[in-house]
Design a protein around this ligand. Structure first.
Ligand SMILES: CCCCCCCCCCCCC[C@@H](O)CC(=O)SCCNC(=O)CCNC(=O)[C@H](O)C(C)(C)COP(=O)(O)OP(=O)(O)OC[C@H]1O[C@@H](n2cnc3c(N)ncnc32)[C@H](O)[C@@H]1OP(=O)(O)O
Length: 301
């Protein structure tokens, strides 16, 4: 997915890249004007702020709000506040559980309802992209959300023996910290009061959280394999009247393998790079990599 965003970025800057997935819609919040995109692209390269002033940023933010419309802005503000609150509740519940019990065993069971509710609610993110009220690519949001939904419902919920695996805690912690940061970033951005720390956290925490989250997800799927093989769950065997067969065990193997091109490509071009610096560009804190890759690409799982 990172590649997809990057490939599009080559044609018109990171913001344009994010809107590359869906075709233009009648009411989209245009990601950024071509001029701005070009400024951002060059800012990313030279590390300068491209001469953008605070007044300019405010005008740009006001312009975005106007283009998006007040109903969409109000909805997104509500949605982001609700999601921040939901993931905060989850974080507090996890910390309390661990402090009271001193073990991760039983943690998933105790927080599963909140997790399922808020992660499933995130399906709306795909709708936001489809109707054009956020400029993220439908494909990027789709893979991100559907892989999470898959982990929650088709792996952790469905395979009870793996719920106490340490790997479940890994991805739970990675997702929770990521989502509190991400949704509060969106909320404060919409309100035009983005604290520096939130902006910094949004574009920095992923350096740790991304590998932790991916490792947690992969190890959890791996732990599920013996159970899936033994029970034959979610598999369809021949003969049947539709003449269709499906083996969930092999599906899981293919899913694990598909993390490799999606994830390793990003990791490779990021960590193999020796020059790695964090700077502000056009008021968007981005991670500038030797290959000209932006933090946006990293997020585009
Ligand atoms: C069914 C079978 C499944 C098979 C799976 C196959 C393998 C798939 C492998 C996938 C691996 C995924 C691993 C992953 O799950 C592990 C983790 O998540 S670990 C935790 C760390 N993860 C991360 O840090 C990623 C977090 N996610 C994201 O950042 C986003 O979800 C993402 C969609 C990936 C996109 O982020 P990006 O930075 O590229 O763009 P944004 O969408 O954030 O922003 C673009 C502009 O849109 C505005 N926006 C977006 N959403 C909102 C909103 N809700 N409210 C208001 N505004 C929003 C945003 O402000 C930007 O605007 P602007 O351009 O003006 O700044």
């Amino acid at each position: 997915m990172g590649r997809l965003t990057e490939a599009a970025a080559a044609g018109g800057g990171a913001s344009a890249a994010r809107s590359a997935g869906p075709p233009p819609t009648p009411l989209p919040l245009s990601a950024t004007s071509p001029g701005t995109a070009a400024t951002m692209a060059s800012s990313e390269e030279d590390g300068s702020n491209g001469g953008a002033s605070e007044a300019g940023e405010e005008r740009e933010a006001a312009g975005k709000r106007r283009r998006r419309g007040w109903v969409a802005t109000a909805w997104l503000t509500f949605y982001n506040i609700a999601m921040t609150a939901g993931w905060l509740v989850l974080a507090i519940a996890m910390v309390r559980f661990y402090m009271e019990k001193g073990t991760h065993k039983g943690l998933y069971r105790s927080i599963q309802k909140t997790l399922k509710f808020f992660q499933t609610f995130a399906l709306l993110e795909i709708v936001h992209c489809l109707i054009g009220i956020v400029p993220t690519s439908v494909l990027v949001a789709g893979v991100q959300v559907s892989s999470r939904i898959f982990m929650v419902w088709l792996i952790t919920h469905s395979i009870k023996p793996i719920q106490n695996e340490e790997s479940v805690v890994l991805f739970l912690v990675a997702w929770t910290v990521t989502e509190i940061t991400r949704y509060s970033f969106y909320t404060f951005s919409l309100l035009d009061h983005l604290p520096y720390f939130i902006k910094w956290a949004r574009y920095t925490f992923f350096i740790i959280l991304y590998p932790v989250g991916v490792a947690g997800e992969l190890l959890t799927i791996y732990a599920a394999l013996p159970y899936v093989k033994k029970t034959g769950m979610f598999s369809i065997r021949l003969p049947n009247k539709y003449n269709v067969s499906f083996d969930y065990y092999y599906f899981l193997l293919i899913t694990m393998a598909s993390y490799i091109p999606c994830v390793l490509g990003d990791v490779d071009s990021t960590y193999a790079s020796s020059s790695f610096s964090v700077h502000q560009a056009d008021s968007h804190l981005r991670v500038s990599l030797a290959g000209g890759k932006s933090a946006r690409g990293m997020f585009s799982t």
